[in-house]
Design a protein around this ligand. Structure first.
Ligand code: GAP
Length: 516
């Protein structure tokens, strides 16, 4: 598996992802997509939009779906009336518990600090005043050696007294004043430097208009979902949709994460791809299963390794109070198995909250329902909520490979052709004998159909390697034979196999491979 260091370095070197405002030292949790990255992320968003909305056939019952259904799109403003966030519960409840280290001046999410002690396997159990250790991670999930590594020296001084030691988790230690006083924070010289956990609202606050007071507070939206809920009636009234139907949206979301980390995985500014799917309460369970399985399969179809993907159904005690079911699509990143997307049965919670807060009747009216009592109702919502940046990171991690070609080491991004930033590169073998002219005319033909790159500089092998690193699935080379029989060499990125193909067939061949 690729290390994060290697991936971050490739992303910088090849123009996929840069730290935001880098020349000023960056801004934590914010990232810029370079020329390659913007194409990759855009292709992921286009694939999502096309597969979920653009190419949806409202007259057909897709495999696994209970019935046929409608899908439409929306693009809401990022700033909304602050009442939206009061009704949704974000103003009162969108909090993470945070702790600060008074010595190192570092802030942590309390639920992302594992607290443990080292206990002899045999002999006396730990005494009541023994030192406790806090390390980034989760006891039982993060490998013990990673937790221990944060305090290697201190732990060595305990364990060198002899015998075997084991790591024992001390849950909820940060909430308890006495236990917290014994906790040694990462990088601290003495225990007792962590503050008690405090609630920290993740929404970025701003003001609309010239005055800065409580009357004009606005928030940068922390999810795109609420824009869909507050437009439910508008869409019903204008789009001729009938329940069951879904509204999809792709857009920026902002969260003042306490501890942004793992490259783009936990950012403060990111993009979501969300669907709110409206259905009758009695059918919500079936639709939930449909969307859960369909969204998992989407990642498989776009090439993520099945042995690194997991669909994890939440336990009862993990569910939000309003949710009737929730599953995460997880991917095994180099830093561990982590959430790519969540699919939840949100019941009628959101529409009900907005109906009560706004005073507007948001119930759906089904004029074709024979039973009068059943005609007007609040639909249930199934929500598949994905992150475009997390998906981009997962596709990059999964695609990264190092292998050998003709005895030379190469780095290659085995991206699905639909997602590859550049679909084809065109090279003249040498810069003479009319080859550049022929290659340029092919390049000009291809670039009107899909993203194509022209390169005539350097040895042909190096030109191939550069495209391999960028994930370009096909390279087409014009050589001496082209000038006599008008055939070209087409090289496939993963196998490095080369075939001879008539010039007139190149465009159709590549289009077929990239699914256009
Ligand atoms: N509307 C539901 C919702 O927003 P969420 O689990 O908080 O649910 C959904 O977020 C998805 O958004 C996540 O699965 C993840 O892909 C993405 N996401 C959430 N927070 C993120 C962050 N700080 N950085 C990058 N992506 C994030």
């Amino acid at each position: 598996m690729v290390s994060m260091d290697k991936l971050v370095s490739l992303c910088k070197r090849r123009g996929f992802i840069f730290p935001s405002s880098e020349i000023y030292g960056g801004l934590s949790g914010c990232w810029d997509y370079g020329p390659m990255g913007v194409e990759l992320k855009r292709n992921i968003k286009v694939a999502w939009w096309e597969d979920m909305i653009g190419s949806h056939d409202q007259t057909d019952v897709p495999p696994g779906a209970p019935t046929a259904f409608d899908m439409v799109g929306l693009d809401c403003s990022i700033l909304m009336n602050s009442s939206v966030w009061e009704a949704s519960g974000h103003v009162g409840g969108f909090n993470d518990p945070m702790v600060d280290c008074r010595e190192t001046k570092t802030r942590y999410r309390a639920d992302q600090l594992a607290v443990f002690r080292m206990e002899p396997v045999e002999g006396d159990a730990a005494g009541g005043d023994q030192m406790l250790f806090a390390a980034p991670g989760e006891a039982g999930v993060t490998p013990d050696e990673d937790l221990i590594a944060t305090h290697r020296k201190r732990i060595k001084s305990i364990t060198r007294k002899g015998g075997d030691f084991r790591l024992v988790a001390v849950p909820d230690a940060l909430e308890d004043d006495d236990l917290r006083a014994r906790v040694l924070a990462p990088g601290a010289s003495e225990p007792g430097t962590l503050t008690a956990p405090r609630a920290f609202n993740l929404m970025f606050e701003t003001h609309v208009g010239a005055l800065k007071d409580n009357s004009n507070v606005a928030y940068l939206r922390p999810e795109t979902a609420q824009g869909i809920f507050v437009n439910f009636k508008n869409v019903c009234d204008t789009a001729r949709v009938r329940v069951p139907f879904g509204i999809g949206q792709i857009g920026k979301a902002f969260r003042n994460e306490i501890n942004p980390r793992n490259f783009t995985f936990r950012s403060r500014e990111f993009e979501q791809m969300e669907i709110e799917f409206f259905c009758r309460a009695a059918e919500a369970e079936d639709w939930y299963r449909y969307w859960r399985d369909r969204r998992f399969q989407w990642y498989v179809d776009l090439g993520l390794s099945t042995d690194k993907l997991r669909l994890r159904e939440h336990d009862e005690d993990e569910l939000a109070h309003y949710a009737a079911g929730c599953a995460d699509v997880e991917y095994e990143f180099p830093f561990g198995l982590s959430e790519l997307e969540g699919i939840a049965n949100r019941t009628d919670f959101d529409l009900r909250q907005h109906m009560e807060s706004s005073g507007r009747d948001l119930r759906y009216f089904d004029d074709q329902e024979p039973d009068k009592e059943q005609r007007r109702y609040l639909p249930y919502v199934v929500e598949p909520s994905a992150g475009a940046d997390r998906a981009t990171l997962a596709f990059l991690c999964d695609a990264y490979a190092e292998d050998e070609v003709g005895g030379d080491a190469r780095t290659v991004l085995r991206l699905h052709p639909r997602l590859a930033p550049i679909k084809a590169a065109v090279f003249p073998l040498v810069k003479k004998d009319g080859m550049p002219e022929r290659a340029l005319s092919l390049y000009r033909e291809l670039r009107t159909q899909f993203s194509t790159f022209y390169d005539e500089k350097g040895a042909i092998g190096r030109r191939y390697r550069r495209q391999d690193e960028a994930g370009t699935p096909f390279c087409i080379t014009v050589d001496g034979d082209t000038l006599t029989d008008d055939t070209m060499t087409l090289r496939e990125r993963d196998s490095c196999e080369q075939i001879r193909i008539p010039a007139g067939e190149v465009a159709a061949y590549v289009r077929g491979q990239i699914g256009r």
